[in-house]
Design a protein around this ligand. Structure first.
Ligand SMILES: *[C@@H]1O[C@H](CO)[C@@H](O)[C@H](O)[C@H]1NC(C)=O
Ligand SMILES: *[C@@H]1O[C@H](CO)[C@@H](O)[C@H](O)[C@H]1NC(C)=O
Ligand SMILES: *[C@@H]1O[C@H](CO)[C@@H](O)[C@H](O)[C@H]1NC(C)=O
Ligand SMILES: *[C@@H]1O[C@H](CO)[C@@H](O)[C@H](O)[C@H]1NC(C)=O
Ligand SMILES: *[C@@H]1O[C@H](CO)[C@@H](O)[C@H](O)[C@H]1NC(C)=O
Ligand SMILES: *[C@@H]1O[C@H](CO)[C@@H](O)[C@H](O)[C@H]1NC(C)=O
Length: 493
């Protein structure tokens, strides 16, 4: 396509949308940016995919926690031994391996590589108190978790100084968590004591089952985390993380049991995870950027969330998030961005794509009036700015009639919300889109119609800021222009 033709397309566009000429150009730029948004996968994490722990033991020190006298009957307290195994033993080793929970040797198990390591862990439950593992440890640390680790179940017995952490790993560099193990927070007594369950209870935090904090080049593969006291798995202040084939499970009515919670972290890949909880399957909060989720199953739970952000007038910043291929079933929200009134900061550059939903209550929702508080929240003039959010190839069934809800701040409107090939149905056919102070556009098939994103009663909506760096190909520009001319007015075809 030559330049002249392209220019003529723009000429037409501008003629057709004289008043909104800039906006069309801006939309094209936004579209280019959102379509090209990608999160690079970090090689540093890849290093770990095949740890060589079955060969050449010369450079490694293995610590079998059983050798420290672990009992593994789920009743005796095995904390001391685990802390010992994570202590100075590992400093300056080339490769350290913590065998977290080896069971008895299985005599008949054929040795796959090395008969020393052929014991596998089965039907063993280890009771472990709140425990902190703090690096630096080995140059490469492998934490092998098999069997089941259980937390003491009585809230009264918890050290209040550690009340929000059960298993906490921090300051590690190049660490692999692996195994078929189960990390079980034994949370039922905590849930019963939650103010969400009974308003007469005080609102107190409960522990997170597994926390990985202030670490880099982290890989977590194959573990199950379940029944946490509160959040199941938190990744905070980390760089270059890959979580794969992780299962998270807690009852649908367990309060605040987020599945995987990402905070202050960059370059995080979550893939092939199956999550069912009583809160968000995945929540991504302040300070997080370059987060990629792929092949995620969620349900029950509150969906995949960015936020909440901006609580107590705080700053919340989340950028570059991609969710590609997900199935959500019977969740109370699907794809959600939630912010409190009074916050500041921004959510910018998000693409949700290839998502299938079944009986989801709020499949697509931006909620800038989020208020998870026993007292009502007042509207304020400041808010977290939300822009450049794309929803592409999102299909399925909704339980609520407002299949798409863009409830944006009156003073800080949402801008550049892009919908492409969205089809959300409700059994009785009454499905609609709600907009408050939200600006954007659709192309391709969009059902229910999202005309309210481009309608003038969103008069406060700002024009998108032009972003031109990412669009190098003039052809691409022109193609996008064509697509938009066709569909910008009629979002529902
Ligand atoms: C584990 O917690 C229990 C209950 O608070 C306490 O009695 C015990 O000493 C703790 N064990 C260790 C090793 O800290
Ligand atoms: C909690 O921390 C405080 C201050 O660091 C300390 O004085 C106190 O002994 C700790 N309490 C327990 C139960 O460890
Ligand atoms: C949010 O993250 C930014 C950047 O990482 C940081 O400067 C700010 O303090 C954080 N805000 C809160 C409330 O933690
Ligand atoms: C947030 O700011 C508003 C407006 O300035 C103020 O009324 C409110 O008390 C602040 N809230 C908190 C938790 O600081
Ligand atoms: C749309 O998403 C579904 C998964 O939800 C996927 O199976 C399908 O291939 C996607 N369609 C396109 C055109 O990418
Ligand atoms: C806040 O503003 C929204 C949108 O204008 C409105 O729907 C809502 O009722 C307001 N809430 C309060 C508590 O004033």
């Amino acid at each position: 396509m030559d330049k002249f033709f392209m220019v003529s397309i723009f000429g037409l566009l501008i003629a057709a949308h004289a008043a909104a000429g800039n906006m069309v150009l801006d939309n094209i730029a936004v579209l280019g940016e959102l379509e090209n948004l990608d999160i690079e996968e970090d090689d540093e994490v890849e290093l770990f995919d095949m740890p060589s722990w079955t060969s050449d033991r010369g450079s490694k020190v293995l610590v079998n926690v059983d050798s420290f006298g672990a009992v593994g009957d789920g009743v005796a307290d095995d904390t001391q031994m685990c802390q010992k195994s994570s202590g100075s033993d590992f400093i300056a080793l080339t490769v350290g391996i913590v065998f977290f929970l080896p069971s008895k040797m299985r005599g008949t198990q054929p040795a796959p590589h090395d008969s020393q390591f052929s014991w596998f862990l089965q039907d063993v439950r280890y009771l472990i108190n709140a425990t902190r593992f703090q690096g630096p440890c080995a140059d490469i640390l492998v934490i092998q978790i098999d069997g089941t680790i259980v937390a003491p179940d009585e809230p009264k017995n918890w050290d209040p100084n550690l009340s929000r952490l059960w298993l906490d790993f921090s300051k590690l560099k190049r660490v692999l968590f692996q195994g078929s193990g189960v990390i079980d927070g034994s949370g039922s007594k905590w849930w019963a004591a939650s103010c969400k369950k009974d308003k007469s209870n005080p609102c107190r935090g409960a522990p997170t089952a597994l926390t990985i904090d202030s670490s880099s080049a982290v890989s977590v593969k194959g573990l199950t985390i379940q029944n946490s006291q509160q959040m199941n798995f938190v990744i905070s202040r980390c760089q270059s993380v890959r979580i794969s084939e992780v299962l998270v499970s807690a009852p649908g009515d367990s309060p605040n049991t987020d599945g995987i919670h990402i905070s202050d972290s960059t370059n995080v890949i979550l893939q092939d995870c199956k999550i069912g909880t009583g809160d968000d399957c995945i929540s991504i909060v302040n300070g997080s950027s370059a987060i990629k989720m792929k092949r995620i199953y969620c349900g029950p739970g509150h969906g995949v969330s960015i936020g909440s952000l901006g609580k107590d007038n705080s700053t919340g910043i989340v950028t570059k998030v991609v969710l590609d291929t997900a199935f959500l079933r019977e969740t109370t929200n699907g794809l959600r961005i939630k912010t409190w009134q009074g916050g500041s900061g921004y959510v910018h550059g998000v693409r949700f794509e290839n998502v299938r939903m079944e009986d989801v209550a709020n499949p697509i929702i931006i909620d800038q009036f989020y208020c998870d508080s026993p007292t009502a929240c007042q509207n304020q003039t400041s808010a977290v700015k939300i822009s450049e959010i794309m929803y592409r190839n999102i299909t399925g069934t909704t339980k609520s009639s407002k299949a798409m809800k863009f409830a944006c701040s009156d003073t800080v409107p949402c801008s550049s919300i892009v919908l492409s090939n969205v089809n959300l149905e409700k059994k009785d056919g009454t499905v609609e889109t709600y907009c408050n102070s939200a600006q954007g556009f659709g192309y391709g098939f969009v059902h229910p119609s999202a005309d309210c994103l481009s309608s003038q009663d969103n008069k406060d909506a700002e024009l998108a800021e032009p972003i031109t760096d990412d669009i190098s190909s003039e052809d691409k520009y022109a193609e996008l222009a064509e697509v938009i001319t066709d569909d910008i007015i009629h979002t529902e075809l």
